[in-house]
Design a protein around this ligand. Structure first.
Ligand code: MN
Length: 219
């Protein structure tokens, strides 16, 4: 059942810049988004639009393109569709306090159009059309929680996409830059960026991106 009651209960909307609990549909009705979230623990929030909300799973280790790798995905409360565009800082002390990046987004297509039935059955097969994640995937429910697994196809790979493409799909920023632009905890956020990429950004030999070329922080 799609409901934003729990989402609303967990947040104070006069304290957090996160979107309010409004149900709505995108044009396609099939948005998908992965948000990299440097909260107490770094994790990736995997979200699929279903019936006017984003069905959501927290994936501690993030998605893997390797079909032999099964990534634990803990189902969390449904989120509003507007959340798919949220990138910024949730104040420390608030629920989920920390920096949020839109790591990937796009549309998704379920193999079986009856998504509710697939979710109840505990096996949801789908295709992703993202900027980073593409091709065939499955979410399967086990006793431990759901598992997110890449199916074998031309997009399967042993490459570590989390390390290779650590920047925002929306603004091309690292977590560190999102935190800085939004008055967040920069040091904490930077712990979620790959050290090698941060080092490259910081080395004086390479000119750092000029602030003017960086997208303006969200208002
Ligand atoms: Mn999260």
């Amino acid at each position: 059942m799609a409901s934003l009651t729990e989402y609303k209960k967990k947040r104070k909307f006069d304290k957090t810049p996160e979107p309010g609990p409004t149900k709505k549909k995108t044009k396609t009705g099939r948005m998908f988004v992965v948000q990299k979230h440097r909260a107490t623990q770094l994790h990736y929030d995997f979200r699929l639009e279903v019936d006017g909300v984003l069905k959501s799973w927290a994936v501690p280790k993030g998605p893997s393109l390797d079909p032999t790798v099964k990534r634990l995905a803990m189902q969390v409360e449904d989120h509003p569709v507007d959340y798919g565009k949220f990138e910024g800082v949730i104040p420390e002390g608030e629920y989920g306090g920390g920096t949020v990046m839109v790591w990937d987004y796009g549309t998704w297509v379920p193999d079986d159009p009856d998504v509710d039935a697939s979710l109840q059955k505990g096996e949801l097969k789908f295709t992703l059309h993202g900027k980073k994640l593409k091709g065939s995937w499955v979410l399967v429910r086990t006793k431990l929680g759901w598992l997110l697994i890449k199916h074998r196809d031309e997009f399967a790979s042993k490459d570590d996409i989390l390390e290779e493409e650590p920047r925002s799909a929306l603004t091309n920023r690292l977590l560190e830059e999102i935190a800085r632009d939004n008055g967040g905890d920069v040091e904490k956020a930077a712990k979620g960026d790959p050290p090698g990429v941060l080092a490259a950004v910081r080395t004086p030999a390479r000119k750092p991106a000029s602030p003017a070329r960086r997208p303006a922080p969200r208002k």
